[in-house]
Design a protein around this ligand. Structure first.
Ligand code: OOG
Ligand code: NI
Length: 451
């Protein structure tokens, strides 16, 4: 079975499991389905474009999830597990700047055909135990983590087999998915006593979430919507308590990057180790929705980061964040032709052969002239990744009341990659390659059509 097919199988199995574990996730998926159908009904141009880009098929199955692991070895094995499904580590996210003691990557498919088939991604964070200031507590956390085994023997055997044979048979793939799912399951029993849990939680709620359980439960699964404002507005009527504001850029005519919002984490009963089997609760699992827009070039991303920091500063001075974001993002062009012309966003190109046969495209003309003249048509490249500031907002909205310290120092990408056992791919370079490849193909089709 091909990695793409195994990934589809796995993302469906994960979605079914989460739906059974967290019924509100199922409710959110139905709401998203209704809103998406309404948007496509009301906007035939969008519907046609999505069909042409092969996006309609993936929309209904598109999900991202998130997990948090505790050791280098767990992360390295995650890389191998996701590798069986054709997913690679893309991007480095430092969350310590937002007071969250982890750094992360996203495992996802990278080539166009695989993304069209099923773009399932998993945001995967690694705990940075060195950020636990209390020395004995840090050693305790590390020794608890060193003892646990988050992958079943069957899962490890199937990973070995996939790597050794280069692929899995249909039967093996089903076994792999069944075994791999066990790693992401929820456990209502902690592996520590209540007192240890409380000490770890006091260090940071995320430390307790990562250290005190048998495995890295999937903490949310996110469907993709075409109108996040509509879903946000529709949540209360379904009894879902939404996070107050939407993360990412404000509403625009041309969506860019990623907008996200979530519903608050459930408070769930937990049995702790100890004589009486102490009862307590833990908040970890939540639901989230996302709306994806166009990928930005390095120049576009720099402008995004600049405007975001302007808005954050204004909000620190007292302007409501939504208002500050709208004001700041007035400075970001909101027109496809302009975004392209200024080199802010990535596009793929298609040759208009009909036009080229009637009117030859000028030779060696700049790309912008060919676009303006209609010889090349543009389709925005969907942003397939995450945003560190938004991720931090999602993390912290779901931690309950807990420590909100800022960690000093910078991210440690080298240390993360050493743990991962591989370099992470540069997401912007991936978009660049896709865009350049399509441009080269379109230009050669144009010159064939005119010669
Ligand atoms: C991950 C939060 C980040 C996103 O969509 O930005 C994330 C977590 O809470 O483990 O999933
Ligand atoms: Ni998420």
């Amino acid at each position: 079975m091909k990695p793409d097919a195994i990934r589809s199988l796995f993302s469906h199995a994960m979605s079914d499991m989460y739906r059974a574990e967290v019924p509100q996730y199922g409710a959110l998926c139905s709401l998203v389905g209704q809103v998406n159908a309404r948007v496509l009904d009301g906007d035939s141009a969008l519907a046609q474009r999505m069909r042409e880009d092969g996006q309609t098929g993936r929309l209904d199955v598109e999900r991202h999830g998130a997990v948090r692991v505790g050791t280098a070895q767990e992360l390295a094995t995650m890389r191998r597990l996701f590798g069986v499904m054709g997913m690679q580590a893309v991007g480095y996210y430092d969350l310590s700047v937002a007071g969250v003691p982890v750094h992360a990557t996203a495992f996802r498919p990278v080539d166009d055909a695989s993304l069209d088939r099923n773009p399932f991604r998993v945001f995967t964070s690694l705990l940075r135990t060195e950020l636990i200031a209390d020395e004995p507590l840090r050693r305790k956390a590390e020794s608890i983590l060193a003892c646990r085994r988050i992958f079943t023997a069957g899962c490890l055997a199937m990973i070995d087999r996939a790597e050794g044979q280069g692929s899995l048979s249909g039967e093996e793939a089903h076994e792999f998915v069944r075994e791999a799912l066990e790693t992401f399951r929820w456990h209502a029993e902690a592996t520590v006593d209540l007192k240890t849990y409380q000490r770890l939680r006091a260090a940071h709620p995320l430390v307790a979430d990562i250290v005190c359980f048998k495995g890295p439960h999937i903490n949310h699964l996110t469907p993709r919507t075409l109108d996040i404002d509509a879903v946000q507005a529709g949540m209360p009527a379904m009894g879902i308590q939404a996070k107050k504001s939407i993360e990412g850029p404000p509403p625009r005519a041309v969506p860019i990057l990623l907008r996200q919002t979530s519903f608050l984490a459930l408070q769930e009963p937990i049995r702790f180790l100890g004589e009486g089997g102490d009862e307590g609760t833990h908040t970890a699992r939540f639901g989230e929705i996302e709306q994806r827009g166009c990928a930005l070039t390095r120049k576009g991303r720099a402008l995004y980061d600049l405007l975001l920091s302007e808005a954050t500063e204004q909000s620190r001075l007292g302007t409501p964040i939504d208002q500050a974001m709208r004001a700041a993002f007035g400075g970001f062009p909101d027109d496809e032709a302009e975004l392209h012309k200024e080199g802010l966003a990535f596009y793929s190109y298609e040759a208009n052969l009909q036009l080229a046969q009637q009117h030859a495209a000028p030779e060696r003309a700049p790309v912008s002239d060919l676009v303006e003249g209609g010889w090349l048509t543009l389709a925005p490249l969907t942003y397939e990744d995450f945003l560190p500031v938004s991720a931090a907002g999602i993390f912290t909205s779901n931690l309950g009341d807990g420590a909100q310290l800022q960690y000093q120092g910078r991210g440690k990408q080298d240390q993360f990659e050493a743990a991962l056992g591989a370099r992470v791919l540069d997401e912007i370079a991936l978009y660049q390659q896709t865009s350049e490849r399509s441009l080269a193909e379109a230009l050669s089709a144009l010159s064939r059509a005119t010669s």
